[in-house]
Design a protein around this ligand. Structure first.
Ligand SMILES: C[S@@+](CC[C@H](N)C(=O)[O-])C[C@H]1O[C@@H](n2cnc3c(N)ncnc32)[C@H](O)[C@@H]1O
Length: 311
């Protein structure tokens, strides 16, 4: 995630290490599935040759508008305004399926998304309860709270953000949304704050609404299903020796990556010939950023780096 420090500068997370692992062939084809503001894409472009190619995806139209500026300056760049879950189809259309050297994903929200009150991602700003990364389609967070069943909301709170008392929160928030008592980000944040005992709040080192916002955002954008789909397609997208590099932020994503990497590791005996076996070699699994990076950019502290290589 491109985070900001107190001076409001962008710091793409784990920039050097992630892109260092990604590039194995200077003339290869690379994919940045989460362009954002292009911090990682620009690093990829610096490290590849003039013959190489970079395909960038983002489902956010504002991120794509930024990518297009880069595309005009650099012929190596091709741009897709798509959810990365459709990557397989797009890459196939471009004739490079199975020929990609590196697929990079820096999942989650970007600083510009968080910082724009109109996008409704953050309880720190007053805005509509939207939270869609692609705000040209789908349901806003408020619509989702009104239309989803209490059980669905409870499950999202539990699965996507380990919210304690998920059922209680799901019932309360849905009731208030239907009664039009929650319209914007601040309404939801104040409701959660009001119903969290002061004693509990004092023990928390995050705002009491943090996890609830996180769970709603993940649900509204169908983030976990999209991640599962892109991981499944990575094996066909990448060529032999190609690398899948993922920066994840939340435990639900870390768990998914861990089980994906394990499931795709060979179940065969160690000395079994792997010539016919397409599989992953784990290069890095959920590696923490260095202390120096966290010190420079505190919001990088929850980032984890996973690097898998197609064998
Ligand atoms: C953390 S930011 C990426 C920041 C970027 N690496 C940079 O340095 O500027 C994540 C971006 O990925 C996009 N994104 C998240 N999930 C996506 C998905 N399933 N498909 C396409 N884009 C997605 C978001 O819209 C956001 O712009």
């Amino acid at each position: 995630m491109a985070e900001k420090d107190e001076n409001q500068e962008h710091h793409p997370v784990l920039l050097q290490s992630s892109i260092g692992y990604l590039i194995t062939d200077k003339d290869g084809v690379y994919i940045d599935g989460t362009y954002g503001r292009g911090g990682h894409s620009q690093e990829i472009l610096k490290r590849i040759s003039q013959q190489a190619k970079l395909f960038v995806f983002d489902q956010d139209i504002e991120a794509i508008a930024e990518a297009q500026k880069l595309g005009k300056k650099d012929v190596r760049v091709s741009i897709f305004h798509q959810n990365f879950r459709h990557m397989h189809r797009e890459i196939n259309r471009c004739g490079v399926l199975g020929k990609v050297s590196g697929l990079f994903l820096d999942i989650g929200v970007s600083s510009p998304q968080l910082d724009n009150p109109e996008r409704g991602f953050s309880f720190q700003h007053s805005g509509p309860l939207d939270m869609r990364m692609n705000n040209q389609q789908g349901m806003s967070a408020l619509q989702w709270l009104k239309e989803a069943k209490v059980e669905q909301i409870r499950q999202a709170f539990k699965d996507f953000a380990d919210v304690r008392g998920a059922g209680k929160w799901a019932r309360l928030i849905k009731e208030k949304a239907l009664a039009n008592e929650i319209l914007g980000t601040q309404d939801l944040a104040s409701l959660v704050e009001k119903h969290t005992p002061k004693k509990v709040q004092m023990q928390m080192n995050i705002h009491p609404a943090t996890r609830i916002f996180q769970a709603i955002r993940i649900a509204v954008n169908d983030e976990i299903a999209s991640l599962k789909e892109v991981l499944q397609s990575a094996k066909e997208v990448l060529g032999k020796g190609g690398r899948l590099v993922v920066i994840s932020f939340h435990s639900v994503e870390h768990r998914l990556l861990r089980s994906f990497a394990r499931e795709k590791q060979s179940q065969l005996p160690v000395n079994f010939p792997v010539i016919e076996q397409e599989d992953w070699r784990i290069i890095r699994m959920l590696e923490h950023p260095s202390d120096a990076e966290v010190e420079k950019n505190r919001r990088a502290r929850s980032a984890r780096l996973t690097v898998l290589e197609k064998v």
